[in-house]
Design a binder for this molecule. Structure first.
Ligand SMILES: [Zn+2]
Length: 362
């Protein structure tokens, strides 16, 4: 074959050998991408991003890298002077011969051939393998049983976060396709809520209400920053936090008894005992209690000074959907309470927690 120029180019067979000896993957150990795929242009067309690159340049000149004038042309185009690379790695080595030295490229080639030997006949990892590996790394369990996957991942996430700050217990829950984190302090923790100017008034009111009346509250994550809790910092790095929900931890289990007294004080009746919790504020006790198999819920704001409580009753009528009136459990009792309330019966509330009883009327 007649040479067209002064370049000592590789023969087609040499290129093919270079590619096949590394399993058709880039020889840069940090790259290793597959270089060849079919081209839709035709049944005999290959779409290759691979290049048989010269370790020492094919020709001298200003653009040549690692050119070795001591080599004969036959040595320069021999397989010993070639390395299979993807297009981008091939470009890279021809722009920096200080980083990509002859010795380094020979090292890459040797490693790539070793890898090809090791990988030959073995299944390549797929995406599911990547998930399994991740879970195995996170949970320390190598055999992944798929139904446990979410639980394991959740346990791993909680464990990771707890390690960041052992003052907290972290609960992770998957719900409707999103992840909810509950962070419970195990001990008193100091932190700062830093608010922007426009949100300051609203924030102060929320916190004051919470202190006075035992209310849980939500603050807008777009207007505040929390400082002093490393776990939160970790979330801020990855997510936009839309809101922070603060819940009172000091909840006391409580039993609520409702007594109704007729306007002439001659008749009285008791409603079913309701169970729930109470949170103590500086001005009132917040009570949430329910019963009757989830049908009946009451929210009570019971003042610490004074005797008049605010009461809201909620009946979950959904539970009655599609039932005959006379077959509805508790219907009579709820109807009676309703009747008494609109006919000015008095409501007495007694709440008992751990043997301590408090009373109020509404
Ligand atoms: Zn590459």
């Amino acid at each position: 074959m007649k040479k067209k120029n002064n370049r000592d180019d590789f023969l087609g067979t040499t290129k093919r050998l270079l590619r096949n000896r590394v399993g058709g993957r880039c020889s840069n150990p940090e790259c290793r991408v597959p270089t060849d795929a079919p081209s839709e242009e035709g049944p005999e067309k290959v779409n290759s991003i691979g290049k048989a690159a010269h370790i020492t340049a094919a020709a001298p000149g200003p653009g040549a890298r690692r050119y070795n004038s001591a080599l004969k042309p036959i040595e320069r185009r021999s397989i010993h002077n070639g390395i299979w690379l993807c297009g981008s790695c091939a470009d890279k080595i021809d722009k920096d011969d200080k980083t990509y030295t002859v010795a380094l490229l020979h090292e890459w080639k040797r490693k790539a051939e070793e890898s090809a030997k090791r990988e030959q006949g073995k299944k390549l990892p797929d995406e599911q393998d990547a998930v399994n590996t991740l879970v195995a790394a996170a949970t320390g369990q190598t055999a992944v049983f798929l139904p446990n996957l979410m639980a394991n991942a959740s346990k791993a996430a909680s464990g990771y976060l707890e390690k960041l700050d052992p003052r907290f217990a972290v609960e992770t829950n998957f719900h409707n396709g999103s992840i909810h984190y509950a962070i419970h302090p195990k001990e008193p923790v100091d932190f700062k809520i830093i608010s922007d100017y426009i949100y300051r008034k609203e924030l102060r009111e929320e916190i004051e209400e919470s202190v006075k009346h035992g209310r849980d509250f939500v603050i807008d994550g777009n207007h505040v920053k929390l400082e002093g809790i490393p776990i939160i910092k970790e979330f801020e790095k990855r997510y936009t936090i839309n809101n922070y929900k603060f819940e009172h931890l000091s909840r006391k289990n409580i039993t609520v008894r409702l007594k109704t007294i007729s306007p002439d004080s001659k008749a009285e009746s008791f409603f079913y005992d309701l169970h729930g919790y109470a949170v103590l504020g500086t001005e009132s006790i917040r009570i949430e209690a329910g019963g009757l198999n989830g049908l009946f819920l009451t929210k009570i704001k019971m003042p610490i000074e004074g005797k008049t409580a605010e009461v809201i009753f909620t009946v979950n009528f959904k539970l009655w959907d599609g039932l005959q009136l006379n077959s509805i459990q508790y219907f009579d009792k709820i109807y009676q309470l309703h009747y008494e309330m609109i006919n000015n019966w008095k409501l007495n509330i007694s709440a008992e927690s751990e043997g301590i009883r408090s009373y109020a009327v509404a």
